[in-house]
Ligand binder design. Structure first.
Ligand SMILES: C[S@@+](CC[C@H](N)C(=O)[O-])C[C@H]1O[C@@H](n2cnc3c(N)ncnc32)[C@H](O)[C@@H]1O
Length: 282
């Protein structure tokens, strides 16, 4: 068995076998991802929940929250549809949703939207936030989401346009170096920095009616829970950014400190909300 040394958050060293070390690395990555999901919810949930209400989400509706993450949107939908309605929270990773399922808040489906089928004509509302823009065959994905809607049901997609990110009174170039480095790498990995625009165009060409779209931008204060999301994003991207020689580790640390400083504030990405209705066949 391999023996190694682990250093905890206080800087103390611990001898540990290889399995324990791997468990520790996995746990801290898992915790970081959970925090990333929760801080992302802190940025976007208020606007998403307002739109759920504006769309008329009501007691008795059947809703699918796809790419549910840690479940805040599914919980909000469950409140709106009440006990006579039904919410399904679906994701590749469902461990974060199990406690809600156990207390009866909503059903959980573990699935891969790229591969798995969805039941036809089932839901009054299908919502996906920051999911479609990460997937390769968006046209097929949107066709699948439309097919699982009941006739007359609503598709509600939310994806970003990253052009506003880090615009700030602090200066024209505030955090623009780390933004360019991080988004350049994400684009190479398949992320579309204009995913919200793609949603709108695919909704228009997918047979939906009453298609509309609008965007919202959030002002983020340094040191807030919302700012923490951007710190976690940069920490996550840092090893690759530094390995590619795009930005130094020292500059990354400086940028993370700037994001923690309440003297700074900046704009988020634009989150584009696209809504369309599945036609009622006669
Ligand atoms: C960026 S997170 C957004 C989470 C949540 N929608 C939110 O906005 O708070 C993307 C989520 O989609 C899930 N996901 C990614 N690819 C997926 C796929 N092919 N099928 C189902 N879920 C997927 C991830 O596991 C993750 O929970």
């Amino acid at each position: 068995m391999t023996t190694s040394v682990r250093i905890d958050a206080q800087g103390n060293q611990h001898s540990t076998d290889e399995q324990e070390r791997q468990d520790y690395v996995f746990d801290s990555l898992w915790d970081k991802e959970s925090e990333r999901l929760r801080t992302n919810e802190a940025i976007w949930d208020p606007g998403t929940f307002e739109r759920f209400e504006a769309l008329g989400t009501s007691p008795g509706w059947h809703c699918l929250e796809i790419g549910a993450g840690s479940g805040s949107a599914a919980r909000a939908l469950a409140e709106l549809v009440g006990p006579e309605g039904r919410v399904v929270a679906a994701d590749l990773e469902t461990v974060r949703l199990v406690a809600d399922e156990q207390r009866g808040a909503f059903d959980v489906w573990e699935l891969d939207l790229r591969e798995d089928e969805l039941p036809p004509d089932t839901f009054d509302l299908v919502h996906a936030r920051m999911l479609v823009q990460h997937l390769p065959d968006r046209e097929a994905v949107i066709a699948k989401l439309v097919s699982t809607l009941k006739p007359g049901g609503l598709l509600f997609l939310e994806d970003t346009d990253s052009s506003t990110l880090f615009r700030s009174a602090s200066g024209e170039d505030f955090l623009q170096d780390v933004r360019a480095a991080g988004y350049g790498l994400m684009r190479e990995a398949g992320h579309d920095p204009r995913g919200g625009h793609v949603d709108y165009h695919l909704a228009l060409s997918s047979g939906l009616t009453d298609v509309s779209a609008e965007g919202r931008v959030v002002m983020v204060r340094g040191g807030s829970v919302q700012a923490r999301h951007y710190q976690l994003w940069l920490e996550f991207m840092a090893p690759q950014i530094v390995a590619e020689g795009l930005v130094t580790r020292e500059r990354i640390d400086e940028a993370i400190a700037e994001m923690g400083d309440p003297a700074h504030s900046w704009l988020s990405q634009v989150l584009i909300s696209t809504v369309g209705r599945k036609p009622i066949q006669d």
